[in-house]
Structures are given as structure tokens and as C-alpha cells.
Design a protein around this ligand. Sequence first.
Ligand code: NAD
Length: 436
Amino acid sequence: MPRSLEDNVNFYFDRAAGSSGHPKGLLDQIRACNGVHAFQFPLRHADGRIEVVRAWRAEHSHHRLPTKGGIRYSAAVDESEVKALAALMTYKCAVVDVPFGGAKGAVQVDPHARSVEELERITRRYTHELAKRNLIGPGLDVPAPDAGTGEREMAWVADTYAAFNPGQLDAMACVTGKPVTEGGIRGRKEATGRGLVYALKEACSQADDMKALGLPVGLEGKRIVVQGFGNVGYYTAKLCREQGARVIAIAVPEGAIVDATGLDEDAVIAHRKATRSILGFAGATSLARSTDALEIDCDVLVPAALENQLTADNAPRVRARIILEGANGPTTAEADEIFRAKGTLVIPDIYANAGGVTVSYFEWLKNLSHVRFGRLEGPDELRTVNSGLERTMAIAYQEIRETLGRQPGLQYLRTAAFLTAINKVARAYLELGIFP
Ligand code: NAD
């Protein structure tokens, strides 16, 4: 039986924990999901039919508060997936020193099969269910967007929470990823993609690593393949192109387009708007099988769609020298071992896609301070956000490499990133004296 995302995350945790030297009980506590809350609520359709909707919120670790993590809307999501994604949030926040515990939420609906009106009612009811259980609040648990949700849903969450908490001055800080006009922060929408590109820049500036991979130093001219063309995929493609790299393929569920001279993401979006598909884009070759794009000869493969895309089946045929994990958990444990053996540079999700939560942290701080960044001090908000993000990604990469340097036996960025996270969470637990 294939391993679940939860199994994969725990496999990565155990592989790193083995060389941490921490006592078993402490490691058990760091690894365990502190709480998972499942609920069901009714949704009445226009024809009077009533549907029962399933939803969850998992709070993986309370070593720092609030807990933080996105809300996913997907027909395929289940409790185990939510727990795994919450665990990844704990490790991710630790890697980039964002002082939050990890959480994740989900509603089991296909957002593309729902009207906007239904999505609004679902989102408001979900927020209500969270509020009833003390699972949302500026100092408790702060959601954000994930696959299937975006700014619009976060605005509904904020509005519903505020309605339940009249006069609460900090109510806006109950959720991040809001529109800029509704308490959001400039740069959040593109932050995960921007963070991925900063991570890639860091990796590509390491002369020794690039030499070992047979690649030139820097982003310029790198051939990129992106899987998934939603928030993370789109902004990663855009910023890679702006940095001088070439996006030679984009894969979506219905297929992929390939153009060795490089694709312009906005022209692709315009084509999709006009024809409802990216396939048939002028000058590009269309592939009927989306997964074929993962095996194209390229320098950097960016899985930015969903978990479990790189598996024992296709990993031997993946030719990318670098894998930049935009999605959470895109690589199964079996595929990971294959990449490790092949010497592929895997820039792991818990570091690579941490740009979103980093800028969410800035948004939360902005909401609590009630002042827009740049209003009282120096440069404008967007510049402050982007430079803070760039510094965060650079420092985190150096810390992971230092962990690697201290324990050369690890030989692998993902293991070093997990060990870095484990050490930080362990320190937090011990400093807080949290054990009764
Ligand atoms: P999104 O819903 O905006 O986009 C996901 C895209 O992937 C959709 O366009 C969908 O059509 C596409 N997709 C689904 N299955 C596919 C397949 N088999 N092949 C190709 N494309 C496929 O979601 P998003 O916010 O971009 O999130 C994508 C991934 O990044 C998720 O794993 C999410 O957890 C992770 N992530 C998101 C953020 C964020 O800030 N949004 C932050 C960190 C990590």
C-alpha cells in the first residue's frame, strides 16, 4: 500500500530525529498532533436539498501561540492529510523562525464545482464552527489560504469572526492572506512564489553545489518546469522569468504546454481565459498527459500543485537536477530516497515554500500594530515585506547548511531542514518548561 502524506512526513521526521540526540519522549511530543477537530455541518441548496459538509482543523503543536496554517478546500481531503499538513506547518515555522505553532484546516468540497454564493456560506459556517470551539483568534489559531482558497475566502473569515467578536480591536489578526483593502498586506499574495525564487537563488549561488550538479551558478538561463498553475505555480513562474530563468513547461490537470524558448505566464493566463484551457497555447507543444511534464529534461522542476506527485514510479525518470518543492509534500518517501541516491538537489517544502507563512507573520504583526508598514518608518510596505522575506529565506538556508556542515553524515537538505526544525522546537519546549 502506498504511504500516505502523514506517513511520509513522519518518515522524514524520524530520519532526522535519529541523529538529533534528543530523548525519545521529547521527540514523541514534537511529532504528535496535539489536537484534531472534526465537524460536520449542513448546507442547504437552492432546491431545498440538504447536504452534510465535512470539515477539520488540526493543531499540531502549541509550543508557540497562536498556531498557524492554511485552509484547504478539496473534495479529496481527509483527516490524515490535514494532520500531516499541520505537522509540516510546525516544522516550516520553526525553520524560518516564525513564532507560531503548526495547524491546518480543510473543508471537503470541490471549490470549482460550487457557486460563489455557496462558497461564501460554507466559509462563514466553517468560521462559525471554528469560533464555537476556540479554534480561531489572533492569539489562538490563525488560518490563511491554501489550495482551493484565496483572498476572497480570507475576507469572509475575517468578517465572520469580527461579527462574533464585536469591538475586539485585534479581530483583523484572526486570519491572514486577506485582500490589502481588508487588512491584508502588500506582497502576501505572491509571497509563497517569491519565497520559492529566493530559496532557489540561495541554492544556485552555492558554487560547490552547482559544480556538483554540472550547472552554472545563478538563476540566469535556468530551464524551469512548473507543475500547478494556481497561486504558487503562477507567481513562481512569473518571478523565475523576471529573474532571467526560462519557464519551458507548465503542467495543469488537463495536460501541459512546452516551449524551450520560454513561456510568458501572463500570455498563458490570457489564453486560458479565452479558451478555458492552457492547451493549444500559440508556439508551444501541448502534452495530453500532464505527468509527462515532470520527466522533461530541465534544470529545475517545481511541483506546485499537490502532494505525492513524485513517486517511486516516476522518480527514476525525472531528469531535473534541482527539485524546488512549492507544494506541501509533493515527494513521497520512496521517491525521496531515489533523488538522494541520484544526487538531485531537493529544496524541501518546509523551507522552500515558507515564504507564505513568513509574510503572513508580517500581516499578523501589521494587524496587531494597527499601523501600515512604512507609515511611521522608512520605505514603503511592499519593499519592507520583500526585503524581510528575502533576508528570512537567506538566513534559513544558511542555518540548514550549517546543520548539514555539523553533521556531514546527513548529506541531504531535507534531513538537515527537519533536524533544524526539531532542534528549534525542542529548545522552545525546554525553555518554556512546558511539561507538567
Ligand atoms: P491553488 O488551488 O491556487 O492551485 C493549485 C493548482 O494545482 C490548481 O490550479 C490545480 O488545477 C492544479 N493541480 C491540481 N492537480 C494537478 C495535477 N495533477 N497536475 C497539475 N496541476 C494540478 O493552490 P496553491 O495555493 O497554489 O497551493 C498549491 C500547493 O502549494 C499546495 O500543496 C499548497 O499546500 C502549497 N502551498 C501553498 C501556499 C499558499 O500560500 N497558497 C503556501 C505554502 C504551500
